[in-house]
Design a protein around this ligand. Sequence first.
Ligand code: ATP
Length: 564
Amino acid sequence: MKARILIIDDEKHIRFTVKEFLLKDGYDVSAVENFDEALKILNTECIDVVLTDIVLEGKTGIDLLRVVNEKHLNCPVIVFTGYPNLESASESVRLGAYDYMAKPVKKEALLRVIGMALRHKTLVEEKNSSHANLKAIFQSVTDAIITVDKDLKVIELNDAAKTICGFSREEVMGKSIDSIPKTCCGHCVDAIKKTILEKRPLEIYRTECMHQTRKGQLVTLKTFPLTDGIDGCVIVVKDETHIFNLEKELEGRQRFYNSIGKDKEMQAIYSLIENLQNIDTTVLLTGESGTGKGLIAEAIHNGGVRRQGPLIKVDCSALTETLLESELFGHVKGSFTSAISDKEGRFQKADGGTIFLDEIGDASLSVQQRLLKVIQEKEFERVGDATPIKVDVRVVAATNQNLQEEVRLKRFRKDLYYRLNIVEISIPPLRDRKADIPLLVEHFIKMFRKKINKDINELSSDVYNLFMNYEWPGNIRELQNAIEHSFIVCNKTVITVEDLPKEFREIKTTRSMGEKSCGHDRILQALEKTHWNKASAAKLLGISRRSVYNKIKEYNIRPEKSSM
Ligand SMILES: Nc1ncnc2c1ncn2[C@@H]1O[C@H](COP(=O)(O)OP(=O)(O)OP(=O)(O)O)[C@@H](O)[C@H]1O
């Protein structure tokens, strides 16, 4: 595109001559005779260079220069005059004229100056655009960036400084960073001073700001000395609070409500329970006896929207069919021999809350039918009464039986199984999460220290080894019982093997626990019996598939060694 030149001169022949040779040189030229016409063009068009005479009708070229400045037009102004003098020359220079030329202006000289003015204009545009880019980057960075000079005076800061450090541009620009009232521990100011003094970069990893309004804010500070042009320092403050919290979360929660454990599978269970927080769905808890299904049921209730309502537990294995029906749904007086008065059932008691049906696999088919009705229709009848009672209850059921197998054997209703199994939470046995043993031990030691009031602090390393090698068929309940037993027996501060229940002591004196419970021979036997099908061997041994793989590796068992 051709460069646009505006000529302002009241002498017609100069306008004509200059315009002609500029047109010939390839410029796009407008030539006007006074200030007002020039202003009109500057207001409406993009002009690249202005050539103006000083003396204009009623105004001057200097006035035009002022307008260009006021409007922040990036357009170099070349002033020429037939009456050159010091006053107009110095005023032109002061106002930023690109050049000041005396008439008569030589063609070559003018073309050279215009060429230089255009290059200057391009450079200014490039500088402005990279400055705008840098400013946009500076402001968009989410780390606080603050620049100070060697006297600690703030010379630049971005918007993130307000979020992280709490002070705005207006409050601190031009002030010494040391004089700003402190709302934090001031580690950053110390780092800046040190950087300026020692002229070397510094990094402070994750320090707590102790900020009055940003509790727990953790930041990483990086400083760089400024030595090129301005002496001083730039500091970058990165808020790592969120990352730190996420890292901590990833490391795993060691406790979820009353359930202790940081195992990966337990973490997944905790997350699932959190996802169920606002969903009123039925949950089926599966897992061996003693794995903590009761605690998980409590966590589901306490972590959900019904936490203000009651949590009612019913052990379906503890009562006969009639008693269980009456316990769950209530009865009216005389409905069976021992029904001497009306009784409110557990479902009614659980209204607005959660009912936990433990050992659901032991409920009779008749109870199962009633359960299906209350889950589906949210109403039930008391034993001996046909009046339906409405209830709003969330059902959490648990079993250590294989319900699918029970369904296959027609001992458990398929429809009820699917109704209960909308969300299944399978709790791993303790042998598959042995890394949780130290945490659980610590928890139970604390618990029994309080309950039994003995100053016992730890387990001996022998006991630890034993616990880590044991297969824990009774899971966490067995571990809890073993520690409780030891607390009663132990009269020292450390529990040793002699304090453990008899079963453990016997194992210790014969072979190592691992060998006894699932040793080389047993694993090999199971593998041979199942033709090396690891899943079937695991089932046979009552351990997980992962444990079978671990044992094969541990005992270096190979198919060729066996009689396959
Ligand atoms: N993760 C755990 N953290 C702390 N204590 C636990 C944990 N899991 C289980 N326990 C404790 O172990 C005992 C047995 O737990 P719980 O009754 O919840 O197991 P369960 O799987 O429901 O057993 P069952 O199937 O025999 O009813 C309880 O005393 C419980 O407090």
